[in-house]
Design a protein around this ligand. Structure first.
Ligand SMILES: Nc1nc2c(ncn2[C@@H]2O[C@H](COP(=O)(O)OP(=O)(O)OP(=O)(O)O)[C@@H](O)[C@H]2O)c(=O)[nH]1
Ligand SMILES: [Mg+2]
Length: 356
C-alpha cells in the first residue's frame, strides 16, 4: 500500500502468489495483513470521497490534498482510539485479569502495546501537521500529488508497524470481556479440583450463578464467579475454576494455567473438591497428588478438602463429605468456609505418612 495514482489510493495488499510457496498457490493473508488492509481501506476510501472548491485549479488541488490528508488522519486516529479504548482503563481490570494478561504475553506486554499505539497516534498527528504546513506553499501539481502519496505511504507504514499491537489489544479485550473481575476486597473462596468432579455443580448449589454443568470433563473453560451471603461474613465470591490435571507447570495448558492463576489471585480459602467415586474419570490417588502439589505451591492458603458425590461413594476418610445432587453436607461446608473466612480455626493439612 502507500502507492497512489493522482492522490487516489490503490487497493491495499491482496493475497499474492508468493515465490517461496512450495504449493505455488495463493498465499494466505495473515490476521495482521487483514487488519492493516481493513483499516487503510476504510481511511483511504473515506478520503477519496472529498470534494472541494477553489479559485484556481492549483488552489483546488491544494485544498483537496489537505482535506484528503485531514480525513485520512482523522479516520485512522479514530480507529486507533477505538481499538485501544477498553484496555486504557487499567483500574477496572483487577489483579486476576491483569495476571491473566501478563501470563498470556509476559508482564507489562499489553501496556507496552498500548503505549506503542499511543505513540503511533502522536506520530500520525505530526505527519499531518508537517504536510499541512508544506502543501499551501507548493506551486506544482505533481508536488501536491506527491505530498498526498507521501502521507498515505507514511501513515500506512505506521499502521503496519502497530498491527501486532492492535491484534494483541483485541485479543486482550476479548479475554477481559469473557472473564470476571474478581473483587479484590471481597471474601473469596476458590473451588478447584480435577475435571468433572462437580466444581460447577457446587457453585450452582452455593450461589445464584448458573454455570454450565455436564457429565464430561473440561466443561468449564474459563474462570467464573458466583456470589452468596455467608452468615456473619456477608457477601462472598466463589470462584469456579476449570479442571486441572496433576502435571508440572510446563505441561499445563492455558486453561489449567488460568485455574492456577485464579488460586493465586483469589482469597485465603481454597475448597479442593475430590470425587472418590471415580465417575469423573480419574482415580482418587491422582486427584490427591494434585492436592499435594497445590498445597506445596500455595503454602499460605487454607485448603478445605471436600469429597463430593457422597451419594455415589463414601470413603472412610475424615474429609467433609458432600453431595451436590442431594444437598448433603452443603450447609456444613458453608459453615466451615464461613468460619475460616472469619479467621476462626484452621484446616490443617493431613499428616504425612510415617515412614519406617
Ligand atoms: N451423582 C452425583 N453427580 C454429581 C454430583 N456433583 C456433580 N455431579 C455430576 O458430575 C458431572 C460433572 O459436574 P460439573 O459440575 O460439570 O463438574 P466440574 O468439576 O465443574 O467439571 P469441569 O468444568 O469439566 O472441570 C455432572 O454430570 C454432574 O451432574 C454429585 O454430588 N453426585
Ligand atoms: Mg465446571
Amino acid at each position: 500500500m502507500g502507492t497512489t495514482v493522482r492522490g487516489r489510493p490503490r487497493r491495499v495488499a491482496r493475497p499474492t502468489p508468493t515465490r517461496g510457496n512450495p504449493s505455488g498457490g495463493v498465499r494466505e493473508t495473515t490476521a495482521e495483513e487483514r487488519l492493516v488492509q481493513e483499516m487503510l481501506e476504510l481511511a483511504f476510501h473515506r478520503a477519496a470521497k472529498v470534494a472541494t472548491s477553489g479559485d484556481s485549479a492549483l488552489e483546488r488541488q491544494r485544498r483537496l490534498a489537505l482535506r484528503k490528508i485531514g480525513r485520512t488522519s482523522g479516520n485512522l486516529l479514530r480507529q486507533l482510539r477505538i481499538r485501544s479504548r477498553t484496555l486504557s482503563d487499567a483500574e477496572s481490570v483487577g489483579a486476576f485479569r491483569r495476571a491473566l494478561l501478563d501470563a498470556r504475553w509476559g508482564p507489562g506486554a499489553l501496556d507496552r502495546s498500548l503505549l506503542r499505539v499511543r505513540r503511533a497516534q502522536e506520530r500520525l498527528i505530526r505527519l499531518r501537521t508537517e504536510e499541512e504546513r508544506r502543501v499551501p506553499r507548493l506551486a506544482e501539481r505533481e508536488e501536491i500529488a506527491q505530498a498526498v502519496r507521501r502521507y498515505y505511504g507514511r501513515s500506512a507504514s505506521l499502521i503496519r508497524e502497530v498491527a501486532p499491537d492492535l491484534l494483541r489489544l483485541k485479543e486482550g479485550e476479548r479475554l477481559l470481556r469473557d472473564r470476571p473481575s474478581l473483587e479484590d476486597q471481597a471474601s473469596t473462596v476458590a473451588v478447584v479440583g480435577y475435571p468433572n468432579v462437580g466444581k460447577s455443580s457446587l457453585l450452582a448449589r452455593l450461589t445464584r450463578a448458573r454455570p454450565k454443568i455436564a457429565s464430561y470433563p473440561f466443561t468449564t473453560v474459563a474462570v467464573a464467579v458466583g456470589h452468596a451471603k455467608l452468615g456473619r461474613v456477608g457477601r462472598t465470591q466463589f470462584v469456579d475454576t476449570p479442571g486441572m490435571l496433576e502435571r508440572s507447570e510446563e505441561e499445563r495448558n492455558p486453561i489449567e494455567r488460568e485455574a492456577f492463576l485464579a488460586i493465586r489471585e483469589s482469597g485465603q480459602v481454597v475448597v479442593f473438591l475430590l470425587d472418590p467415586s471415580g465417575s469423573c474419570g480419574w482415580p482418587l490417588s491422582e486427584q490427591e497428588a494434585l492436592l499435594l502439589r497445590l498445597r506445596d505451591a500455595f503454602p499460605d492458603r487454607t485448603f478445605v478438602e471436600v469429597e463430593n458425590k457422597a451419594d455415589l461413594e463414601r470413603t472412610p476418610s475424615t474429609r467433609l463429605k458432600i453431595s451436590c445432587t442431594t444437598g448433603e453436607g452443603i450447609e456444613e461446608l458453608l459453615g466451615r468456609v464461613g468460619g475460616l473466612l472469619k479467621g476462626e480455626g484452621t484446616e490443617l493439612p493431613p499428616l504425612p505418612p510415617i515412614r519406617e
